[in-house]
Write a protein that binds this ligand. Structure first.
Ligand SMILES: Nc1ncnc2c1ncn2[C@@H]1O[C@H](COP(=O)(O)OP(=O)(O)OP(=O)(O)O)[C@@H](O)[C@H]1O
Ligand SMILES: [Mg+2]
Length: 566
């Protein structure tokens, strides 16, 4: 690519020298010795110039092809790395970063990098090389004039340095402001129902407009800076040409320079105009690419906090029901003053189903997240079949556990593909069984059955339908340890009773920890653990606890209407 570019530039530079040869040789000769003298030489020079012109065009075309595809490949590979890294990062990273920040980095910034990689880098090298070659040729033609010309171009360097500094700050600002804009658009789309229901469209538009105006203003200052810089760049070659015409004519009259030499001189200096102007463009895209790369690296340089151990524990059977031990687990969210979990001790024997009961906000979801290793306990340990989960390779841990979370996340693929996320490659019969266990018979009534594509975030399904598909996904995984976070909260009592009965059979093969708010869900469990103020204050059978644990009684009896009272 670079070879093609350099040869093409070389061809361009040689053309003025041929012009000089033509003027000083055949043309000057004809003037002295009469027409038709030296026609043969002129023809050769003409053909040579034509050949050089064609070479230049063809090589430039080849260079464009190569660079464009190389740049596209570069963009793709950075994009792959970025996506893979985002997948490796723990959930708390994604909570901390706004969606727009990630979005604009994965799109706008990568394009900026591609633009510079595609054209900027090659231009930069060509510009520097051709500048050096042309100045050397100019000095060869006439040392004094050549050096003077070089001196006129010297301030370009200073200009560039000043421009770069200012432009870097502005491009970073624009790119950061675009993050906020992207987040705003994303949230408005996701929250459209809330905005409409409360009639807050105007306020939302106003907030969006304010953000968009901020981006516009920064873009405008960027354009102003670029405009002033490019204009001053334009000025330099023009000053040089005026100077050359004046001093060059003087030199020709004193026979220090041939007429052909002067023409070649001007033609060569004209060839500097474009590289110098290109310099402005290169520096601008270069700065944008640099800030873009910096922003992408802010993500790539964030090390994942949750990683597989360097020396993993020896492998264990992952399919059999697991034993789960929570040993004095304490957890504090980064930045929050109080620990959510203070001292949680609990043991689940293989095959046991334990219901986790606690007031809202008591840390039940947090506890499940620790077991799935979305975060590590601040102190204490979680052991699966006797091994600390931090010593298990992540794939092993993740294949031993399946979860259904509070907000059932579905992807915009078919129902079946959503369920099969639990066990890729599971046979159709297993998928059907899992759907049946979750009482998701409604799937059969969807337009294309389990092949029906679900809308973004499962929006086309009801809350309870989404919950049952997420449940089927966890059931299909048939894990050693099942974590269910209030899996039946959106179901009516009759459906809930059916799911409970079916789940009872499914759960028999797995160890399960089920977060429950309602006595009917608690009925699934062999045993209940009560979480209060960051500790497990009591464990035991439902009926025992109702009698012996006032806190449990309080939590359960506030729901008397749906009561399954032991
Ligand atoms: N990412 C987070 N950063 C800081 N604090 C958090 C975070 N997530 C949850 N919390 C806090 O931790 C506490 C426990 O939250 P958690 O979601 O575990 O409660 P929960 O018992 O599942 O409640 P619910 O029954 O309403 O689902 C809450 O006070 C909550 O505000
Ligand atoms: Mg919760």
């Amino acid at each position: 690519m670079l070879t093609a570019a350099l040869i093409a530039t070389g061809a361009e530079i040689v053309i003025p020298l041929l012009t000089k040869a033509a003027i000083d040789g055949p043309i000057a000769g004809a003037a002295k010795r009469g027409p038709a003298h030296g026609d043969g030489l002129l023809l050769i020079i003409g053909v040579a110039a034509l050949a050089l012109g064609i070479t230049d065009a063809v090589l430039n075309m080849i260079r464009r092809w190569i660079t464009a595809s190389a740049a596209a490949r570069l963009e793709q590979s950075v994009r792959e790395d970025l996506y893979a890294h985002l997948q490796r990062l723990e959930p708390s990273f994604h909570e901390e970063w706004q969606s727009g920040q990630l979005l604009s980095r994965a799109t706008t910034d990568l394009s900026a990098i591609r633009r510079f990689a595609g054209f900027g880098v090659v231009f930069l090298i060509i510009t520097v090389v051709s500048f050096a070659v042309i100045v050397a040729l100019l000095i060869g033609l006439n040392p004094l004039l050549g050096l003077l010309t070089a001196a006129v171009f010297a301030p370009v360097t200073l200009l560039c340095l000043r421009f770069e500094r200012g432009y870097r700050t502005l491009s970073r600002r624009v790119q950061d402001q675009q993050d906020d804009l992207a987040t705003n658009v994303e949230e408005a789309a996701a929250g459209i129902r809330v905005l409409k229901a409360f009639g807050r469209r105007k306020q939302a538009s106003a907030a969006h407009l304010a953000l968009a105006r901020r981006v516009y203003q920064t873009q405008a200052s960027k354009a102003r800076l670029r405009g002033a810089f490019w204009a001053s760049l334009d000025l330099v070659p023009n000053v040089a040409i005026a100077m050359i015409l004046l001093l060059g004519a003087l030199a020709v009259s004193r026979h220090e320079l041939t007429t052909g030499g002067l023409v070649a001189f001007v033609a060569l200096v004209l060839q500097l105009v474009w590289p110098v102007e290109a310099m402005g463009y290169i520096l601008a895209t270069g700065q944008e690419a640099a800030t873009a790369a910096q922003r992408v690296y802010e993500i790539l340089d964030t090390p994942p906090a949750i990683t597989s151990p360097a020396a993993p524990a020896p492998p264990q059977r992952s399919r059999a029901a697991c034993e789960l031990v929570l040993d004095h687990v304490q957890f504090r969210y980064p930045g929050s003053p109080q620990p959510v979990l203070r001292d949680v001790c609990l043991r689940l024997v293989p095959g046991e189903t334990v219901a986790l009961v606690g007031a809202t906000g008591s840390g039940k979801t947090t506890l499940l997240h620790l077991i799935a290793r979305f975060a590590d306990p601040t102190t204490g340990s979680i052991r699966l079949n006797g091994t600390d989960i931090r010593e298990l390779p992540l794939p092993v841990l993740r294949s031993a556990i399946a979860c259904a979370f509070e907000d059932p996340t579905l992807f915009s693929v078919s129902v079946k593909e959503n369920v099969m996320l639990g066990a890729p490659g599971a046979p159709d019969a297993a998928v059907a069984t899992a759907l049946a266990a979750a009482q998701a018979e409604f799937v059969a009534d969807l337009p294309w059955g389990d092949q029906t594509r679900i809308g973004e975030q499962g929006m086309s399904l009801s809350g309870g339908q989404r919950q049952r598909i997420a449940l089927a996904r966890a059931v299909l995984a048939d894990p050693g340890l099942l974590l269910l976070d209030d899996p039946l909260s959106a179901l009516d009592v009759h459906t809930e009773a059916k799911v409970t009965a079916a789940l009872g059979e499914v759960l028999a093969g797995s160890t399960a920890l089920v977060v429950a708010h309602r006595p009917s869900t608690v009925a699934l469990a062999d045993r209940v653990a009560v979480l209060d103020e960051g500790v497990i204050i009591a464990t035991g059978a439902h009926r025992e606890l109702l009698e012996g644990c006032p806190r449990y009684q309080f939590l359960m009896t506030s729901d008397l209407g749906a009561g399954v009272r032991g």
